[in-house]
Design a protein around this ligand. Structure first.
Ligand code: FES
Length: 143
């Protein structure tokens, strides 16, 4: 399996790894097929994601995509962060081998789950804004 240099870089030196104390939103998603889990923490100021950190208990591609996804949403408005697709994350990493595409879906879902949690904490129903986060590995997420 051939990984791009960017994937290898983000796998070897993942950005934004860790937890945020007093996070405004925490999202945890899992892939029922491979059993990998990703947890994402966000801090929100003025509708902007001022900080984001993640922990991934999963494969190298999941670590690289979470790392890139956090870089792509840091400092962005929530609305823009919600537009981030797994395809955009893969493109930013110069691609992933086809069997690893599902790993990038985890990153997209983790962001949505963290934003949902943020809205819930504020007493706002997240579903009209974020939508339903499909369980990966069940065929809903296009993998
Ligand atoms: Fe499970 Fe990559 S193999 S997330």
């Amino acid at each position: 399996m051939v990984y791009s240099e960017k994937v290898m870089d983000h796998f070897a030196n993942p950005r934004n790894v860790g937890e945020i104390e007093n996070a405004d939103g925490i999202g945890e998603v899992g892939n029922s097929k491979c059993g990998d889990i990703m947890k994402m923490y966000i801090k929100v100021d003025d509708d902007t994601i001022s900080d984001v950190k993640f922990k991934t208990f999963g494969c190298g591609a999941a670590i690289a995509t979470s790392s890139m996804a956090t870089e792509l949403i840091k400092g962005k408005k929530i609305d823009d962060a919600l537009q981030l697709t797994n395809k955009a994350v893969m493109e930013a990493l110069d691609g992933l081998p086809p069997v690893k595409v599902h790993c990038s879906v985890l990153a997209e879902q983790a962001i949505k789950a963290a934003v949902s949690d943020y809205y819930k904490n504020k007493g706002i129903d997240p579903e009209p804004i974020v939508g339903i986060i499909p369980e990966c590995g069940e065929g809903h997420c296009g993998v």
